[in-house]
Ligand binder design. Structure first.
Ligand code: KIV
Length: 310
């Protein structure tokens, strides 16, 4: 008796790849990834998904972080310290930040690019803040900005948000206030300061911030702030119960020549790898073994210098 069952076409490898995400190459998965926009942060909190943020300061760091699938790239003013060699974040200018934002955007990441507004580019007045933030989006191509400060900065946050600019807040050990704190210190340690931080967080949420960085604050305080907000908290030295984490690229990869902070975990020793590679290069040059034949260009008809020198 003939088989009455219709024969299903055998799925080609290409079809299987389309259906089974596990079989796709990282490049294919990246190409299919949707660009991340600021509202996705809150949606992730609602779905209980942790948010991954890392700093990036140039096209290669943006490219590799994006390939790793992070949700957002923060062009942090930490670049003053880890890229430009300053001791604090205060000296970096808006134009310098913009230069790095553009480089990150040129890597065409799918991750949200958040541009840090540097010291004194937004504190003087909401109008000046709007001009500075506007440049980050209009000239830089960023998708959001970040500002430091609590309730005092809330009217500025509101002004930016009203103009259509997504704003990330930043509380706790805010590096632009390092001189007021007298150094890099965990904030807050006392109950009244913890209460004030919670009020600041609520003020930023009410002003329209889409998320909040909590830097170097006790995990107990971060947990309470996180539970009390609808917008996600992104911790750096604020314990495991924030809605996401942010880390400095150079700290994660062992590229800092100074001591890495306690809150950072080193996932690679790229500094050692780079130094070893450059030592080998130097040794090859000194020994005359670099460049080798495969690194050399030839033009055989110019071999005899008498044929082309006078
Ligand atoms: O500038 C920066 O990198 C930051 C993060 C540490 C949150 O603000």
């Amino acid at each position: 008796m003939p088989n009455a069952m219709p024969r299903l076409p055998h799925p080609s490898f290409r079809d299987r790849v389309k259906r089974d995400p596990a079989l796709r190459s990282p490049g294919e998965r990246m190409a299919e990834r949707k660009p991340v926009a600021a509202p996705e942060f809150r949606a992730k909190k609602e779905r209980g998904e942790r948010i991954v943020v890392v700093t990036a300061y140039d096209a290669p760091s943006a490219y590799y972080a994006d390939q790793a699938g992070v949700d957002a790239l923060l062009v942090g003013d930490s670049l003053a310290m880890v890229v430009l060699g300053y001791e604090t974040t205060l000296p970096v200018t808006l134009d310098e930040m913009l230069h790095h934002v553009r480089a990150v955007v040129r890597a065409r990441p799918k991750a949200l690019v958040i541009a840090d507004l540097p010291f004194l580019s937004y504190q003087v007045s909401p109008e000046e803040a709007l001009r500075s933030a506007g440049r980050m989006l209009k000239d830089g191509g960023a998708g959001a900005v970040k500002v430091e400060g609590g309730a005092a900065i809330a009217p500025t946050v509101e002004r930016l948000v009203d103009a259509g600019i997504p704003v990330m807040g930043h509380l706790g050990m805010t590096p632009q206030s390092v001189h007021r704190f007298g150094g890099w210190r965990v904030q807050p340690r006392q109950a009244d300061a913890a209460r004030a931080l919670l009020a600041d967080a609520r003020a930023l949420e009410a002003a329209g911030a889409f998320s909040l960085v909590l830097e170097m604050i006790p995990a107990e305080v971060a947990r309470r702030v996180t539970a009390g907000l609808k917008i996600p908290t992104i911790g750096i030295g604020a314990g495991p119960e924030c809605d996401g984490q942010v880390q400095v690229f150079h700290d994660l990869l062992g590229l800092c020549w100074t001591l890495a902070p306690k809150h950072a975990k080193r996932y690679a020793d790229a500094g050692r790898v780079i130094r070893q590679a450059l030592e080998e290069y130097a040794a090859d040059v000194r020994a005359g073994t670099f460049p080798a034949e495969e690194n050399t260009f030839h033009q055989r008809d110019l071999e005899d210098p008498d044929s082309w020198t006078g």
